[in-house]
Every structure is written in structure tokens, then in C-alpha cells.
Design a protein around this ligand. Sequence first.
Ligand SMILES: [Zn+2]
Length: 157
Amino acid sequence: MFGPVRRTNPQMPFALEPGQEAGAGTKTAENPNGQNITVMFDKASNMLNGQNVDAVGSLTAHEGVHVADGSDWVSSGFSNNANPSNLQTEHDAYTVQANILRGMGYSSATFSFKRRDYKFSLPLQPGSGGKIDSMIKREYPRWNLDVFQKNTAGGGH
Ligand SMILES: [Zn+2]
């Protein structure tokens, strides 16, 4: 295994929040580092039963932001400067997710955590970014830490 492994957070907001791993893939012009990043969705959450297409679509966009951040970090040669904090990557991911939901025609987005729900009017407003950051700081105990750690130990799945 070679590449980013996302820190796990015991209080992930979604049952679907994935582990992300990068394995050695085929190097191509489009993928010069041979990255192979996998996002896993929790089957037990029953989100993939075909009844939650919009939620799955928006969540896929959310996870795609983390994949892009991980890919950028690998491409940088694992530079500390390219390793975002949980706050930064989650801020960007929730912003993209909300914008995708807006594009689907929703007038609000609610992000649910174990104890709390956070509702945002769509489209996002200038003050929404601060509200997103407050949500992340409250719900992600490791919000200020780097999001990726390098794993070269092998294994994984
Ligand atoms: Zn996320």
C-alpha cells in the first residue's frame, strides 16, 4: 500500500463516511503516480438500496473532494503543505455537497450527526461558510489535525 490513508474519526457524521486508501495502480499519462484510491460505502447503512439516489449522489461528490485532496497530496510528494486539515477538506466537501444538492433542485440541505442536525438554506449564503466551519469544529474532534497519514505498511483492502 502506498499513499494516503484518511484518519478515521469515531464520530463520522455519515455511516457512509469511507475509509480511503490508495494502492499501487497503473501509471499512465493521466495518472502519473499510479494512484488507486478507493472510497468504501457502508453497506449496512442501506443507502445503496436505490431509495436514496440524491443522497448518494451528493455524498459521492463530498467524498470526491477528499479523493481529490488525497490525490493532490500524493502528487505533491506527501508535502505537509499539501496535507489539508480535517477542517479544510470537510469545509470544501460539505460546500460541494450542498452545491450539488442545490443543482438537484433542493432548497435546503441537512447534515445529520448522531446528536445534532445542521440545516443550510440553498443556495449557500455568504455566512454559510462560517456555519459549516462551526459544524465541523463541533462534530469533528480532530478538525485541526492533518487529514492524511502516509501508510506504506502494506495490507489494507
Ligand atoms: Zn467528509
